[in-house]
Structure formats: C-alpha cells, structure tokens
Design a protein around this ligand. Structure first.
Ligand code: ES4
Ligand code: ZN
Length: 326
C-alpha cells in the first residue's frame, strides 16, 4: 500500500536493537561452519522452526545459544555489518545498538574482540552508507551486580566508543534495585543509562528504573499503562519508551497486536518509538514493526511521521545532529 511505501521511504532511527538478536539463521550456520561449532539444529529451516516462544526466557535460551558461534572479530564484524546493510535498505539512518559483553566474555572471548568487530562495521557503515551509530553495552540482569561492575570496569578501556549503558535479559526475579550500585558508578563516569523495564515485569519496575537507576529511557515499558500516575510522570519528564511491537507479540507480552497499548501511550503524550529488538527472531526489522502497528491501529501518515520524529528526538544524537532529521 502507499502507507507501506511511505513507511519505507521516510528516514527513521532505531533505538532498541540487540546485535546478537539480528543474527539471521543463514549467517549463523555460515559462521558455525567456518568456526567448526556444531549446532543442535540440522538446517536453517529446522532452526527457524524453533522460533516459537511462550515467554522471554524461552527466547533468551535460544538467543544465547546462537551467540555461542561468535568467536572471532570477523564474526562480530559480519554480524554487525549485515544488520547495518538492513538499516540502509529500510532507510534507518541512525541506530543505537545494544550488545551483551558478558554473553561473550563469559565464554572466554575478549572484550576487545567483540567491540573491535562491531566498531569496524560501524565505521564502514558510516563511510559507505552514511549511517550513524551509537553503541550501548548492556549488563545481563540474570548475573550478579558484581559481574556487572567487573564488566563495566573492562568497558572503561573502550569508553570513547560507548554512548551509554543498559540492562537486559530476564526481568522477572531481577528487578532494577539489584543494579543500583553499578548504575551509580556508570552515571558517575558521565554516561547516560537505559534499562529494560515493564516488558514482562510490572509498572513498579519502570518506577524503579526511573528512581533507583535514573534512566534516560525505558526499553519496552508497555506495562506502564497499568499505572496512571506513571503515565503522567513519563509524559511530564518526556522519558522515551522504546517499544518493540513484533517482539511483544512473539514473546506473548500481548496476545494480539491490537492489544499493544500504543494508542494509550500516544494519547497520554508519551514519547513512543518503534523498534525491532531482535529482528532475526521476531519476524521483522524496523519497517516491518511500523507496518504491523500501522495495520493494527489504522495509523495515518501523520501518526507515522510522529513516530519517526520521536525516534530522533529520543536518540542520543546531539541537538545539531537531530536537526538534520526533525
Ligand atoms: C531481549 Cl526482548 C529482550 N528482553 C530482554 N532482554 C533481551 N535481550 C535480548 N532481547
Ligand atoms: Zn530488548
């Protein structure tokens, strides 16, 4: 349709993307083969069939398994550049990429191997495709705060490469309060912080991410609609939510796309953005996420423009860089 063409054509930013979640089965098999890593799945098709999740944890189990085939700098480069080429095709001109250092350092892969490969792809995409990128390492919340502190200290060797830090993985059982100390250390070093909250966990986790971790953005945050006072706070402070529609559908955060509280968030003047999260696993990149909500909520061109403008407003680009796009 013409709205789909419009979505494809307008410049957009992506603010919630786990690079390990952009690992397409074809590339995963290719890298596994060249690294002589054996997989539980016989074929690309068989792996793809396993992409049926009842909750966040079932997805995470497969996502961490997939990441195990990444061994060398070249692997991280190939993974990242494949995603950035996808951005180019979809007119995503700016992207803020999450990665999980601990998923790799815990397996004996050097921090420098991971960031070296990612950064080389980021540089090539800037030069050849004109895409701007920010990198945000995320702490795995199912691991201890001491592990997060250790990871942060390692990250400081590469501090100039990072725009901020985040918190991801299993929300249930690992609330924001567990990471108060490390987030204070990160902020004291001058970095903005973000956190996944209100995805599977309750609205209280969003409050705690704001008040205890002092986040600049909330990743997901869809369960904020369960608390009217929280909606008022998010609107007043213009704290962005990086919403991931196909992710929420695939992980059964919502039963149907129409159950995603997008209209409620927009009507409450919240700075909502649309993102892909783990596109290889959830069935679509940024444009597919825009199209899914456009269909479910009968969005107009004006709505789509608002969402695309929000993506730049909510980004970590400088005021001057934003002005090119808004
Ligand atoms: C994630 Cl969808 C989601 N939620 C929490 N942590 C994650 N890591 C990668 N994808
Ligand atoms: Zn996420």
């Amino acid at each position: 349709s013409t709205l789909q063409n419009f979505i494809n054509a307008i410049p957009k930013a992506e603010l919630h993307l786990h690079i390990e979640g952009s690992f397409e089965p074809e590339l995963l098999f290719e890298i596994a083969a060249r690294n002589s890593v054996s997989l539980k799945y016989k074929s690309v098709k068989e792996l793809h069939k396993a992409y049926n999740f009842n909750n966040l944890q079932e997805f995470l189990d497969l996502y961490y398994e997939g990441a195990n085939v990444l061994l060398h700098e070249q692997d991280f480069f190939d993974l990242t550049y494949a995603y950035l080429q996808k951005c180019h095709v979809e007119n995503v001109v700016h992207t803020e990429i999450f990665f999980d250092p601990q998923t790799h350092t815990q397996r004996g892969i050097g921090f420098s191997t991971v960031v070296g490969g990612i950064q080389k792809a980021v540089d090539k995409a800037k030069n050849e495709l004109g895409i701007t990128t920010r990198l945000l390492p995320n702490f795995l919340r199912h691991l201890s705060e001491d592990e997060a502190i250790k990871t942060f200290k390692e990250a400081l060797e590469f501090r100039k490469l990072f725009a901020g830090f985040g918190l991801d993985s299993s929300e249930i059982g690992h609330p924001p309060a567990k990471f108060e100390r490390v987030f204070r250390m990160v902020r004291d070093e001058g970095f903005p912080v973000v956190a996944h909250a209100g995805e599977e966990g309750p609205a209280q986790n969003v409050w705690d991410a704001l008040n205890l971790l002092k986040v600049a953005r909330i990743d997901h945050g869809v369960r904020s609609v369960e608390d009217v006072l929280l909606l008022k706070e998010l609107a007043l402070k213009q704290i962005p939510l990086t919403v991931c529609p196909l992710s929420n559908l695939k992980l059964k955060v919502v039963k149907k796309m129409k159950d995603l509280p997008l209209k409620t968030l927009l009507e409450n003047n919240i700075l909502v953005t649309i993102n892909s999260d783990d596109p290889a696993y959830f069935g679509g990149y940024v444009n597919e996420n825009y199209i899914a909500v456009a269909e479910a909520f009968r969005l107009t061109r004006k709505d789509v423009i608002t969402l695309a403008e929000n993506s730049f407003k909510a980004s970590f680009l400088s005021k001057e860089e934003k002005e090119e796009w808004i």
